[in-house]
Structure formats: C-alpha cells, structure tokens
Write a new protein. Structure first.
Length: 207
C-alpha cells in the first residue's frame, strides 16, 4: 500500500503548509481565468493537493485510505509492477480531467476558485466499485451499504451540492472524477465490465 500512503502523506503536507500560507493557498487554487489568461496550467494539478479546511482534508484522505488500498492491490494483481503506474495515472489524471468542465464553464470568471482532491478520490472510489460493487461500505460503523448503492447516492449528493455552489469545493469534480474512474477501468481492463455486471446480477438485497 506504499503509493496510497505517499499520496496521503504528500497531500496532508501540502494542505497543512497552505493553511498557514495565504499566498501559497491562492497560488495553488483552481482559477480557470488565470489558467486561460496567464497560462498557469499547473493549477489543474496543484488544486488537488490543497483543501478548504481540516474536515475537508480528513474526509478526502480517509476515503482515499480505505479505497486506495483496495485499488492499489487490485491493480497490482492485474498489472503486476505496472499496477502502481496505473494507480498513480488514475489518481492524477482524474484530478486534472475532473477540473476541465469547470475550467470551460468558468474560464471568463476571475472570481471563481475551487480546490480539493475530490476528483482523484472519487475516481479511486468508483474504480473500487467497478471491481467490488456489492462490497458493503460502512458509514458510522453501524450503517453498511453496498458500494454501487452508496455510489449512486454520492453522485446525487454531489450533483445537488454542485447546483448550490456555495463554497470553494468543486462538487462537480466529484461527478466527473467518478465517471473518469469508472471509464478508466473499463477501457484499460475490459473484463472489469463483466465483473461488475455479474456481481450486480447476483446481488440479493437481504443476503
């Protein structure tokens, strides 16, 4: 689980540094207008390593801790040593790709900013759901829900929050990151589609 721990450690370090450095925080944020007018393309990636507050950071990193280890193991089984490369590619590309719709939508708005690793984390979560859709995910210890049901609820919640747009968290990135994670697995490992369908088909609600 080496790669997952490195990503978490790096993200926590950068986020904590940015909390106490307003200039760094501003420079790392996703600002489509500055990307377009000043060619600051690095913001597509750096925005995924800073967070709005400690709770935002904790939520994303705990999610990555649980799901990232699963995907790192599955990718290792499928691709061997190359699994780590695919895992890193999934995470980093998802951060960038999930920000593209927001960039196109807000590129002429200098006041729009967003941040967070949500796009990358959502991609990892939904990659996990591809391979283990009926694996139960427990919330608050007592509430355990199959991954594909929780994933659907996650999409609906992200859509609702994205419509509200009342914070700097790019909730739309959850949607596009999730879609990217799903498609990434289907394209690079086509048998995953049958794995997903077979498990859904055999799922019993009260099993």
């Amino acid at each position: 689980m080496f790669i997952t721990y490195i990503i978490i450690g790096g993200t926590v370090l950068v986020s904590m540094l940015a909390f106490n450095r307003p200039v760094m925080f501003a420079e790392f944020m996703m600002n489509p207008h500055k990307i377009r007018t000043q060619d600051q393309y690095y913001r597509f990636l750096t925005s995924g390593f800073i967070h709005q507050d400690h709770m935002h950071l904790i939520f994303n990193m705990f999610s990555l801790y649980f799901f990232g280890r699963v995907i790192e193991q599955i990718f290792g089984i499928i691709w061997g040593d190359w699994g780590a490369v695919y895992y890193i590619a999934l995470y980093l590309l998802a951060i960038v790709v999930s920000d593209l719709p927001s960039y196109l939508k807000h590129r002429n708005n200098p006041r729009y900013n967003s941040l967070g690793a949500s796009g990358g984390v959502a991609a990892v979560i939904f990659a996990s759901i591809v391979f283990q859709p009926i694996q139960k995910i427990c919330l608050f210890i007592a509430i355990c829900i199959p991954g594909f049901i929780l994933g659907t609820a996650y999409i609906l919640y992200s859509y609702y929050q994205g419509k509200k747009a009342n914070d700097n968290i790019n909730h739309d990135a959850h949607l596009y990151g999730a879609a990217f994670g799903f498609v990434f697995c289907l394209v690079l490992y086509p048998p995953s589609f049958n794995i997903f369908l077979e498990q859904i088909k055999n799922w019993k609600m009260f099993d």
